[in-house]
Design a protein. Structure first.
Length: 202
């Protein structure tokens, strides 16, 4: 047996034909017709052709808006402005930037807490009971869509705290007319209330 090492030759290079990756897509793009721009004359012709449909649509929208305005009735608005001042007994140094930023953040959180308290159910329920708002027509109206399809058990004679459905109706009627907002960049909180009765709004 021979122990001679036979050198191997270099591998021959094989040329692979290159084919386009997306031949069909490129052909479709090339064969696509150019986009046609719609002229002003064509648009005017379409509008004239459908003018009665446009007139009927505008008239229907105007009629619905008029009916909604007549049924909703007039509402009075009362606006109150509350100045919120957070008590702070801690003396801060002028060069203490971190303490100042923390105090500002704490003030904003406290102010937002006051806004949420003014919008809360507890305060709203207290106002409804004190002013006897549940007897007003706008509070007797159905406030939820489920009131038109479901029959709820009678809660007559029960206090408002124990009448779950009546309480939900009263709170919904009150809170949808109450708007509490923070005046940006100030310490002011505005409270707005809408009612068809000026005395109730005030």
């Amino acid at each position: 047996m021979s122990n001679e090492i036979v050198p191997k030759g270099e591998p021959e290079s094989i040329e692979v034909p290159v084919r386009p990756v997306f031949p069909r897509v490129s052909r479709i793009i090339e064969d696509a017709p150019p986009e046609q721009q719609v002229s002003f004359g064509q648009m005017w012709h379409i509008l004239r052709k459908r003018k009665w449909f446009l007139v009927a649509s505008i008239g229907a929208c105007f009629g619905l808006a008029l009916i909604f305005t007549l049924l909703s009735g007039r509402k009075y608005q009362s606006t109150s402005t509350v100045e919120f001042n957070k008590e702070n007994s801690d003396a801060l140094e002028l060069n203490d930037a971190r303490a100042g930023d923390a105090n500002s953040m704490d003030y904003l959180v406290t102010q937002q807490t006051q806004v949420n308290a003014l919008k809360g159910s507890d305060l709203a329920l207290q106002v409804v009971k004190q002013l006897n708002l549940e007897r007003r027509p706008e509070f007797k109206a159905n406030q939820f869509l489920s009131d038109y399809v479901r029959t709820f058990p009678s809660e007559a004679g029960l206090p408002l705290e124990k009448a779950a459905h009546r309480r939900a109706e009263a709170l919904q009627a009150f809170q949808k007319n109450l708007f509490v907002d923070i005046v940006p960049g100030t310490r002011m909180i505005t409270v707005k209330f809408f009612s068809p009765d000026p005395q109730v709004a005030a």
